[in-house]
Design a protein around this ligand. Structure first.
Ligand code: TA6
Length: 297
């Protein structure tokens, strides 16, 4: 993985070291259970590899690490809105610098908590007061919790996603179960659709599944494994693969990038800013995803 060449700036604990990549701070986690990396730019998980398994999370070979830019791959934190309902698209959390709040470890897991609060910069984009805490619990499984609190005096609405990019051996050998049968097709102006067909990836896909099961399974046959995704605090699961043409047109994705990735996102979808989830002053919401792998030989 690209982070293996980074020189260590400091050691935070037996399992956590701090590095920098093109000026952006990165935390690397190396424990008996897993290897992982988190960039403070965006509060962005870059890597998760449980010991004995292939990488679970996909990161673009051409990902750009630069202030003001979203990183292609990993788990972008889309918040306080999902999609292009306001600018910047997918909100400002994924291009903001998060602060390390604290970290801890026990025999099973390493925990890292990052924080983002309202500032002059966020007020220029979104005129609300908030405090957001991202908790990464890294062990044999990965859990990410995005907790948000309205610290202001006026209510606000939010939408968002933990926009996980999964690493698969090949789209041609992958299918996805547990997404349900109803979706809005983002490639057709959010047209409501129904299907009972298995979800395979053989064309551009950008769908908001509105009634997913409790667990979504990515059958990654080429790697002889199943990746299980359990989301909470969401109202939908977005499935995205850009396919050939869009991959070629994206500067931060290689031409064949689409062949080994699929996004399965814990999404709180809203069609515009005003129809997001209402959070009154002092109120808190949590959006979470939990990711685990079983072998399928
Ligand atoms: O979550 C799916 C999606 O909103 C797609 O429509 C697609 O544009 C993708 O996210 C990537 O968005 P980005 O802003 O990271 O290029």
């Amino acid at each position: 993985m690209f982070t293996s060449n980074l020189s260590t700036e400091s050691t935070l604990s037996p399992c956590i070291t701090r590095h920098s990549l093109d000026g952006l701070p990165i935390l690397k986690i190396q424990s008996p259970e897993c290897e992982a990396a988190i960039c403070l730019h965006g509060g962005h998980l870059l890597q998760f590899k449980p010991t004995g398994h292939h990488d679970v999370i996909w990161l673009s070979k051409k990902a750009i690490f630069s202030q003001g830019k979203a990183i292609r791959g990993g788990v972008p934190v889309c918040w306080p809105w999902f999609g292009p309902v306001s600018a910047p698209s997918h909100g400002f959390a994924r291009i903001s610098t998060w602060q390390l709040l604290d970290h801890g470890e026990n025999e099973q897991t390493v925990t890292i908590r990052l924080k983002l609060c309202a500032s002059e910069k966020t007020h220029e984009i979104w005129p609300h007061d908030f405090s957001a805490v991202l908790t990464f619990t890294l062990g044999v499984t990965l859990r990410i919790d995005l907790e948000m609190i309205n610290t202001g005096e006026r209510p606000w609405q939010w939408s968002g996603a933990l926009h996980s990019y999964f690493n698969i051996a090949a789209t041609t050998e992958t299918w996805i179960t547990g997404v349900g049968t109803s979706y809005l097709d983002s490639l057709q102006n959010d047209l409501p659709c129904e299907t009972s067909e298995a979800l395979i990836i053989n064309q551009p896909i950008d769908r908001i599944y509105t009634a997913p099961d409790a667990t979504i399974a990515i059958h990654d046959r080429g790697n002889q494994r199943i990746i299980h995704v359990v989301n909470t605090g969401h109202n939908s699961a977005v499935i995205w693969n850009p396919w050939k043409e869009l991959s070629r047109n994206m500067g931060d994705m290689s031409d064949d990038g689409y062949e080994t990735m699929v996004c399965v996102e814990a999404t709180r979808y809203a069609k515009d800013l005003a129809s997001g989830v209402l959070l009154v002053p002092g109120e808190k919401n949590i959006l979470s995803t939990e990711i685990s792998v079983t072998s399928d030989k």
